[in-house]
Design a protein around this ligand. Structure first.
Ligand SMILES: C[S@@+](CC[C@H](N)C(=O)[O-])C[C@H]1O[C@@H](n2cnc3c(N)ncnc32)[C@H](O)[C@@H]1O
Length: 269
């Protein structure tokens, strides 16, 4: 705790800050488990984490059972190296079940996985229908005959507003900066900044150059890519109308100002 309180822009590690503020890998492993069982009535064992960054999710998957293996794919060597040191090595003997590959996610097809996951909206890096289709078709071919592609997505009118949103975390503040949105092209530029109790800041610790995709157009592209079906897991609300962290299959969402959802697309043959 003392160490956390001493964080400053000079001493903090941006990957650690990112993992602590953005990712919730315990939730995601449990969620992936649940949706795979629901789709195929059995346990998944091989997860491919696309755009894996530090591979925190893949490592959590490997920890969730001795039968479980993961492959993480990312273009960026230094981020993979960080993940190898900080997430894979601590797995000990189980590290042999976590493989990292430095490559473009559109190039990797083998070995085939039960689940391919692209989380934290990383797939928004593909900005045209053609580019996204190449990725989705490749993901389809990367799945076993029974397999799931899991994508997360956010939206709602607030997603299109240029704004900064600060959220306190342990020992620092996470700031989500929706820097610019172009309604004609849906080009979307966002940053993550971190602020520290001593007043120092890490500006633009991460920058994203994305297209803001919608649920219906993404699902249409999934169908064109060969997926038998896609299910939207929509987040429920508590009594006061706040999101409750429970995602269930839904056909009709509430038109809230901001929402996050998962698309679960199935390969069935
Ligand atoms: C937003 S981070 C995602 C980190 C992590 N998956 C998560 O859920 O938080 C995006 C990552 O995608 C990687 N990336 C971008 N384009 C890629 C591509 N075409 N193939 C593989 N990795 C890519 C970047 O190097 C970066 O590490």
């Amino acid at each position: 705790m003392k160490k956390i309180l001493r964080l400053t822009a000079q001493t903090a590690d941006r990957h650690r800050l990112y993992e602590d503020s953005v990712q919730n890998v315990d939730f995601e492993v449990e969620f992936f488990d649940r949706v795979f069982r629901r789709a195929f009535g059995r346990r998944a064992n091989f997860l491919r984490e696309d755009f894996c960054g530090t591979a925190q999710l893949g490592c959590r998957w490997v920890r969730s059972g001795p039968d479980r293996v993961a492959l993480g794919v990312d273009l960026h060597g230094p981020t993979l190296a960080w993940g190898r040191r900080r997430n894979v090595a601590p797995l000990g003997a189980a590290a042999v079940r976590m493989r990292l590959l430095q490559d473009d996610v559109r190039n990797v097809r083998a070995p085939r996985a039960d689940i391919v996951a692209a989380t934290n909206f990383s797939w928004w890096t593909f900005k045209t229908h053609d580019a996204l289709l190449v990725y989705l078709r490749n993901a389809y071919r990367s799945l076993r005959r029974e397999g799931l592609l899991i994508l997360d997505i956010f939206g709602g009118p607030e997603a299109q507003v240029a704004q900064e949103e600060a959220r306190p975390c342990d020992g620092f503040t996470y700031v989500w900066d929706q820097d610019s949105f172009n309604p004609i092209s849906h080009d979307y530029r966002c940053h993550i900044h971190f602020r520290f109790p001593d007043g120092s800041q890490m500006r633009r610790a991460f920058t994203y150059d994305w297209r803001l995709w919608s649920l219906p157009e993404t699902r249409e592209l999934l169908q064109r890519a060969g997926f038998a079906d896609s299910v939207v897991y929509w987040e429920g609300a508590d009594r006061s109308g706040e999101p409750n962290g429970v995602f269930r299959p839904g056909k009709r969402g509430d038109a809230s100002p901001a929402w996050v959802a998962y698309i679960v697309a199935a390969r069935r043959a």
